[in-house]
Design a protein around this ligand. Structure first.
Ligand code: ZN
Length: 165
């Protein structure tokens, strides 16, 4: 039997909210830009039960062949990873969106920079990271967003997160 609190979380209202920037951006089409200059680069699905969209941040967008931050978000105002499981098509489309964006990133970076599938040096290697977080703490609870970005590998044991925020 499901506990009352997890039941509340999973059944939370995920309708678009007027006061949420990401909900407002989710209405934009591919190639349009947000009011802070992020470009909508990908969309899959068309309802709050199946849709995701991705933006390319203007902060690291100077040369996307070398550095970038992509943000992947559900169209719906989900606030928790666990809520994705309530919508089967949303879960499937997450996998498709993530894998297609990843392949595009590798194609662009490898072709433009002559990077190798297996490199003896970091100069010809490609390092990518993803980052996402969620909380039920009201003050920090926000529209789910998952970042995909280039990692700069400094040495075997130290990595610099160059584009986390
Ligand atoms: Zn939202």
């Amino acid at each position: 039997m499901m506990g009352n609190e997890i039941h509340k979380l999973i059944n939370e209202n995920v309708s678009l909210r007027k006061d949420c920037d990401f909900c407002n951006e989710s209405r934009l089409e591919v190639r349009e830009t947000t009011n802070y200059g992020a470009a909508i680069i990908y969309k899959i699905g068309n309802t709050i039960e199946n849709g995701w969209f991705a933006t390319l941040s203007p902060k690291t967008g100077g040369d996307p062949t070398k550095d970038f931050t992509i943000q992947l978000m559900p169209l719906a105002h989900l606030t928790h990873f666990s809520q994705i499981n309530s919508y089967t098509e949303l879960a499937k489309n997450y996998g498709l969106a993530f894998s297609r964006i990843s392949e595009a990133v590798y194609k662009v970076m490898m072709e433009k920079n002559n990077l190798k599938a297996k490199s003896d040096s970091k100069d010809f290697g490609i390092s990518i990271a993803i980052y996402g977080k969620c909380t039920t703490w009201k003050e920090k609870k926000e529209h789910l967003h998952i970042k995909i970005f280039r990692l700069e590998v400094i040495s075997d044991n130290r990595i610099l997160w160059i584009a986390l925020f």
